[in-house]
Ligand binder design. Sequence first.
Ligand code: NI
Length: 393
Amino acid sequence: MLAKIKTLAKDIFPQLQAMRHHLHQHPELSFQEHQTMAFVAEKLRSWGIAFRAPVAGTGVVGIIEGKDPGSRIVALRADMDALPIQEANQVPYASQHPGVMHACGHDVHTTCLLGAAYILQQLREEWHGTVKLIFQPGEEKHPGGASLMIRDGALENPRPSCIIGMHVHPELPVGYLGFRTGISMASADEIYITIKGKGGHAASPHLTTDTILAASQVVVALQQVISRNKNPFSPSVLSICAFNGGYTTNVIPTEVKLLGTFRAMDETWRFQAHERIRQTIYHVAEAMGAEAEVEIPVGYPCLINDEQVTHAARALAEQYLDAEHVKDVDPRMGAEDFAFYSQVIPACFFRLGVASPGKGEGPTVHTPQFDIDEQALEIGAGIMAWLGARVTR
Ligand code: NI
């Protein structure tokens, strides 16, 4: 079975490249993946794979049954959306959509899952159970396509016992995979703050409420939520990234807007922190004679890699490559909406090396220069098929 998957993955490499080039040339923003959905649906249809679409607007859920369907049910997931970035690469397959680019490798994820689907369908007499294919929209945008896929039943009828996701990883050379057990990525919640006050002539601050000073105190005080209220053993970050108020040298503005992000690796602390953040803002503003409005919409949760599934997937990856090509990866404070699945069923999110060997780290994701060594497509499709055929929990 392993050898057959490897052979098929090698055989379809030109098709994988062609699919990736097509997707890369035609990127679509979050929740607008209409052409991408049609492309995925057409491929599945042409291979005789049953699917449901649209799910969550522009998502696709496919089903492949091996022998004894239902004896084990595993979900494989890919995200399909692109970013509002102008591609800088001068390659024949560069984005044809101005200002939109697959700069996070979701074209690669979609291609590899399509490749895995093809392989699993070809070899369906050789593995047991049912594989669910989840092609989701909107990973890059609130509220996260994964949450909408779950809402629209992607994890029901049949319910998988576990879910596997993969992300391109420019820090690893092609030919390597990265795994981590337990908490792996942070929750991410946006913070919107408005500080309001009387404002007025800069020469008469005593007759005004200085919203600039009040907002400054708020920014400083918020850092103390992290340094004084957080357990030092729990990673967490709060960054205020926009400070907008005023327009000239001698007028104290009536309003200042602050924008920021809060990240945590513990769901209990996450929501305790939301309350501390609100209270700190309200009371610091009040002490300064100002008023505050705060919004913290609930964003992506923490991504937890289930111990059992991740150990099983890692062991299978070591069979597919070898132990030397399977690495441990560090946790990161970035967020990923695959976390929503990991909150519902046991999950494993692993990393696909995409850097060209000998050239150091590849260009990072979310940059206009991002690209991959396409040899990764063969490994990505093959390993997803192998995990789909074998992983259990
Ligand atoms: Ni991504």
